[in-house]
Ligand binder design. Sequence first.
Ligand SMILES: [Zn+2]
Length: 351
Amino acid sequence: MSPQLISSYPWQKRGVCFMSPAPAEVDAFCSLIDNVLAPDGVNTILLIVRYNYEYTSHPEVRGDQPLSLSDVKKIVGTCRRNGIELIPKMNLLGHQGIQDHASTPDGLARSHPEFLEIPLGGKQNVHFVLCPSHPDLFPFLMDLADELTDAFEAKTLHIGCDEVFSMGICDRCRGKDNGELFAGWVNRIAAHLKSRGITTMMWGDRMLDAASAGYGTWEASAINTASSLGKVDKDIIICDWHYENCPDYPSVKALTDAGYKLCLCTFSSPENAERFFDCARKQDKGNVLGTFHTTWMPITELLDRLKNNPRITEDGKDEIDWTGRVIRCYCRYYRGDDYLKLPKPTTPKNL
Ligand SMILES: [Zn+2]
């Protein structure tokens, strides 16, 4: 990596977020790391594992195609030899449905529906959410978190906690302040991880107030959790995600003023990345650690796309093109390429 290629990129973490590969895709994923991501200057990978690991403490939560310990070690070794920090990601509050099939319960909700805030069959509000007041949930989840961080030899764990739309509903939680519930829950997890020398990372949307922040109710909270801003442990790294092309990104100032370290997270719009990063550059007081370009698609599709055209793609509306645009974003920022001046690609014949 030539230093001048990244000289204009101001932050330390140059990240990309991926769904975890299926076991049959691990070799191809490692090849992607060796041959594309590392040469492009990516130094941090956020890997969305969730229940796709062969947990042994509670094997009933395993997903359909879980990674084995040896699969994980392959990915760990590949990242290590490329100087890439590998951060596994779980969902330790909301998003207990299967990715892209949110109404189908994922590993934990399927095997232990008693942990849900709203019982299976009840009127779910978009996603299944865990009950932070269930007395058996915390030790159960920490068994899984310990296993996963051990397998990944992780120094940081991303605990999710985004897009929670149901809190304070069950008999245990009703009447409690949602900001207190939320802050108490994430701080309890962070304290456990800290005791094991592990830093906590999480999405920031529940700490922002949708009514005043200028964001919608996915990127910010309409369920009264925003009072957790300032109460959530300041050692938790906040992933401030915004995928829309906004005139301003006031969350950067709000989170910075509250004392948090941030990673800025974008998706399919290079224009969004441009504005978000410019806004953050102007407001950064040393709190911005870096960026994650998120992909949100099955790794097979992503690998197919990258194999055929690893750098760029034409604009488009389907997910294949979304991912191409993510790759263009990171090329722009991490390699110093100007994506607008890159030659038009030829659309691969098999797409
Ligand atoms: Zn509850």
